[in-house]
Design a protein around this ligand. Structure first.
Ligand SMILES: [Zn+2]
Length: 426
């Protein structure tokens, strides 16, 4: 008998992590039943307001003897009760069990949970329709992710190896030799990626919080991910490690929409023309696009750092394809930009003063006439339009790795541009 188990929303900033709980359960259940594949780590819509840190749910599937299924379910419930952080107000664990094959209806629900905003009620309805067993703790919001993780077919996927820490070290500084991470990146990039930020000289594989994760290595090749991990030098013991199959870096969350159809918390791709070049509020950079169905404010917020310099190069008339999350900001729907592709660039014209017709000297503005600095020649102020070269190219610009969403596909990966460039055919 095939049994699928989904868990979500057990973590909190104070120290638990759903992947840890999932990895422990995967090991324990593997003693009772035959795992069908690696456990799945499924990232849901990064835009929903009450998400836990990475908004990641875990699911796993086993072939089990019918009489062992109650034992497996009891074990899952026991571990969640024991380890989930019930004290945090935003931690609302959910568990789902499903026996047999995965119905299409659940797969459809999964993609809605990744791209839009779904309610607990909708999850309950799907569970009832497909005969899944759900367990809610507190408000039980975790059943959304628990069901969605079970329903993900992972036709496109990447891997993440997660190494966990000894319990007594949780909350303490993570001890990994930074040089070994840079060496690893040189050797294994892009088969593993997001290991370091070369520009900032920072290590990205170690999280900052109190959770049990020591390090996470992302990649597209399972063996290289493992070899990359083995090449690292840690100065603390490792509790255990687990490789997950995941929808991270797949652009799973992005769906094409017209501006008029956008709703708060959608993750989308839109295509439109710049109708208002950038302006800044604090360190955030904004501009406006229109697709003929409506206008949309687009934002490159401060944490996107050097990405903002490309946004400042966009001018009125440029056509772009923009991807990101829609969120209300100061009462207006705003696209939080993850990446954009330049479809076409408008001509950039600047008006410049002519050279002196008498001596070739530089002219200076004096009210509504021009005066030569060298020979004093005066003439009416007539400026000459000059086309200036554009600094943008016809390519995709993306935010730096530490500002990137888990789901956003880095351009360096195979098919990294596919989802965006598909929009060119619309
Ligand atoms: Zn002159």
């Amino acid at each position: 008998m095939l049994i699928h188990i989904g868990i979500d929303d057990t973590d909190s900033p104070n120290g638990m992590c759903t992947t840890y709980l999932g990895a422990l359960l995967y090991k324990e259940i593997s003693r009772l039943a035959e795992p069908i594949d690696l456990p799945k780590l499924i990232r849901l819509n990064p835009n929903v307001p009450y998400k836990t840190r990475g908004n990641g749910a875990v699911a796993m599937s086993f072939e089990a003897d019918e009489e062992d299924i109650p034992k497996i379910k009891a074990l899952v419930l026991e571990r969640v009760k024991e380890l989930a952080d019930f004290s945090h107000e935003n931690t609302n664990p959910g568990i789902a069990f499903l026996e047999g094959n995965i119905p299409k209806e659940l797969e459809d629900f999964t993609f809605r949970a990744i791209r839009e905003h779904v309610s607990i009620g909708e999850a309950e309805k799907v569970a009832k329709d497909i005969n899944a067993e759900i367990h809610k703790f507190k408000c039980g919001r975790g059943i959304i992710g628990a069901l969605a993780a079970i329903g993900h077919p992972l036709k496109v996927f990447t891997y993440e190896l997660l190494a966990y820490r000894k319990r007594k070290l949780w909350g303490k500084e993570r001890k990994v030799k930074a040089e070994s991470v840079f060496e690893m990146d040189k050797k294994f990039y892009p088969f593993t990626y997001d290991n370091v930020d070369w520009e900032k000289k920072s290590v990205l594989i170690t999280p900052r919080g109190k959770d049990p994760v020591l390090a996470g290595i992302r990649g597209i090749d399972k063996n290289k991910v493992l070899l990359a991990f083995e090449s690292l030098i840690f100065e603390e013991p490792i509790e255990f490690l687990q490789i997950f199959k995941t929808n991270q870096s797949t652009d799973d969350h992005l769906k094409f929409k017209q501006i008029k159809d956008l709703r708060n918390f959608d993750s989308v791709i839109v295509r439109g023309k710049v109708v208002k070049a950038y302006w800044e509020v604090g360190r955030h950079v904004f501009f406006k696009i229109s697709d003929g169905t409506g206008e949309l404010r687009v934002a490159a917020y401060e944490p996107t750092k050097r990405f903002r310099k490309y946004v400042r190069e966009l001018i009125e008339g440029d056509e772009i394809i923009a991807a990101g999350g829609v969120k209300e900001f100061e009462g207006e729907l705003t696209l939080n930009l993850e990446k954009f592709y330049v479809v076409s660039l408008a001509k950039k014209i600047e008006y410049k003063k002519p050279k002196c017709p008498k001596c070739g000297g530089t002219m200076k503005s004096k009210g509504d006439y021009l005066k030569c600095k060298k020979c004093g020649h005066k003439m009416p102020k007539v400026l000459i339009p000059v086309e200036v070269p554009r600094k943008l190219e016809r390519k995709i610009y993306e935010v730096p790795p530490d500002a990137r969403r888990h789901l956003s596909r880095p351009l360096v990966l195979p098919l990294g541009e596919e989802k965006i460039l598909d929009m060119l055919n619309l």
